[in-house]
Design a protein around this ligand. Sequence first.
Ligand SMILES: Nc1ncnc2c1ncn2[C@@H]1O[C@H](COP(=O)(O)OP(=O)(O)OP(=O)(O)O)[C@@H](O)[C@H]1O
Length: 259
Amino acid sequence: MIQARSLGHRYTRDTWVFRDVDVTAREGRVLAVLGPNGRGKTTLLRCLAGLLAPSEGTVTTTTPVAYVPQSHSASFGYSVADMVLMGRSRHLKAYATPGRRDHELTAQALDRVGITHMARRSYAELSGGEQQMVLIARALASQCQVMVLDEPVSALDLRNQARVLTLLQELTASGMGIALTTHHPDHALHLADDAVLVLGPEDVRTGPAAELLDAEALGELYGLPVTTCSVRGPRGPRTVVVPDLGPTRDAPRPAEEAA
Ligand SMILES: Nc1ncnc2c1ncn2[C@@H]1O[C@H](COP(=O)(O)OP(=O)(O)OP(=O)(O)O)[C@@H](O)[C@H]1O
């Protein structure tokens, strides 16, 4: 579990990114953090993951946590398998060589994310989306109990988005805690038990996702009209979020309407 109390952070003396945030990421639950660009989602996530010391408040962590950044550039020519094996580093003594179990867990993580075929490729030469999958596998190999992911599907195509979202659901069902940021309210509605909406430095709302993520709140969050509706997907009804993008290409043009 990661529990943050009265959390606040500022990079400069007079500008707070957020203040007074109480939030908990628990095993077996998904916490989704939403907000416009630059509003502080990554900052909040890095505080929760223990990578950034908050300017005020406390973060208490009771279980091993792994952080999956949005992107990560490796300067050496590591293979994908090496990158994932690095997830095992906290289990190894200083200067120890990874053992059979470490290699087994690396192979399992590659398989679980569906990237075994990439194992020998150079990580640095992968596309952004492929690298994102490798970073998720690295976190899996670490055997964390809470995984903190910064926009884990931002670079992924539709199929890999579905693969990763399904994997996160499976991990949660098996008891892992997930905290993630996302620019997809649909994904948050699909996955999340709890949500954080970062509206402003002094207005960070937390609560059950199903209550917090309604059309009115999302409209206020992103500053444009938003409609939610239920669609019948291949696996049953789902709620989708439709932002107001103006007239669509399918809409009749004014001249056609008048005719
Ligand atoms: N290291 C830093 N030093 C100074 N300011 C920073 C630093 N990192 C982030 N910021 C600022 O803090 C604010 C929040 O940034 P953050 O990356 O947390 O936002 P975000 O909500 O994750 O954005 P996005 O959705 O675009 O990824 C931004 O104004 C950003 O410019």
